[in-house]
Design a protein around this ligand. Structure first.
Ligand code: ATP
Ligand code: TZP
Ligand code: MG
Ligand code: MG
Length: 265
């Protein structure tokens, strides 16, 4: 697990440029979180410039949290430009399963763009795997077997999948990592999932093996949440302590807290 921890130093050394086309709820938090961890955020939503920005980025994040039709057009153009340049694309299917517009856009993105990794909660991943998805707006109400659903989705969609919750599952449909890091307070602030998708993009931008890079992102992020929770009394303090922890967590402290297990298929 030492190589995994060293990816954090690579992110901080290289400060990858992460182009986010994301929702209006989490835009500011996402930019601050990426800066705190040592990456470089940019938000560019306009159809007229999305492709140009994606082409020079080190990774692209497509997040469908507050979709509009012009934003969908921008996402498709950015995704195509990223694919042409070999820039990794992370897809966060926020709230898929909740409305037919979201469902249609998510399926279109997956059809037209070569997505490197999908990061979602259990309900979102269940929907994409064709299972009974239970969503309460953008939050998961899914109660089934997350490990099975994540593997199923990765196999069907032929991409890496990160399914988050109390236990996080990181899989390419064959091998999987299970991660126990994290804290319940993450479910009490908005954008904890969205920011993780962007943090994962930063690790993919510098990492060789996609699955290890994604596992590193999830464990680093959960460890930061654990440090932050121990320094705060509720969601307000936690949100700012979390940004501080993303900044402060170092390889050595993280290694001691890492709860990551690899299971080979
Ligand atoms: P939702 O909208 O259902 O809250 P989300 O997209 O915000 O989903 P989560 O599944 O909440 O994403 O995951 C975001 C982060 O919160 C991940 O790092 C995950 O490990 C952590 N997390 C979520 N639930 C818990 C929990 N019960 N205990 C510990 N960590 C959790
Ligand atoms: N509504 C549309 S997008 C969004 C809300 C509340 C943010 C969701 O963030 P996350 O990371 O999935 O909790
Ligand atoms: Mg959440
Ligand atoms: Mg989410």
């Amino acid at each position: 697990m030492n190589e995994i921890a060293s990816l954090l130093t690579s992110v901080r050394d290289r400060q990858p440029l992460i182009h986010n086309i994301t929702n209006q709820v989490v835009t500011n938090f996402t930019a601050n979180g990426l800066l705190a961890m040592g990456a470089s955020p940019v938000m560019a939503n306009a159809e007229e410039e999305a492709a140009d920005m994606a082409a020079v980025a080190d990774a692209l994040v497509l997040n469908i949290g507050t979709l509009t039709t012009p934003q969908v057009n921008a996402m498709l153009k950015a995704g195509q430009a990223a694919n042409q340049k070999g820039v990794p694309v992370v897809f966060d299917p926020v709230g898929v399963g909740a409305t037919s517009f979201r469902n249609m856009v998510a399926l279109r993105i997956l059809e037209e763009i070569d997505v490197s990794l999908i990061r979602g909660n259990a309900g979102e991943i269940a929907f994409l795997a064709g299972a009974d998805a239970e969503m309460k707006g953008v939050d998961s109400a899914f109660q089934g077997d997350g490990r099975r659903i994540a593997v199923e989705a990765a196999k069907q969609l032929e991409t890496a999948v990160v399914l988050t919750g109390e236990e996080d599952v990181i899989t390419d449909g064959n091998s999987l990592y299970l991660c126990g890091n994290g804290h319940q307070l993450q479910t009490k602030i908005t954008g904890a999932g969205c920011l993780l998708s962007s943090v994962t993009a930063a690790f993919l931008a510098v990492g060789g093996d996609k699955l290890s890079a994604a596992a590193a992102a999830v464990s680093y992020y959960g460890t930061a949440a654990e440090f932050a929770a121990s320094a705060s009394d509720g969601p307000g303090g936690f949100q700012s302590a979390f940004l501080d922890a993303l900044y402060q967590v170092e390889e050595e402290g993280w290694r001691k807290k890492m709860q990551l297990k690899r299971v080979d298929g």
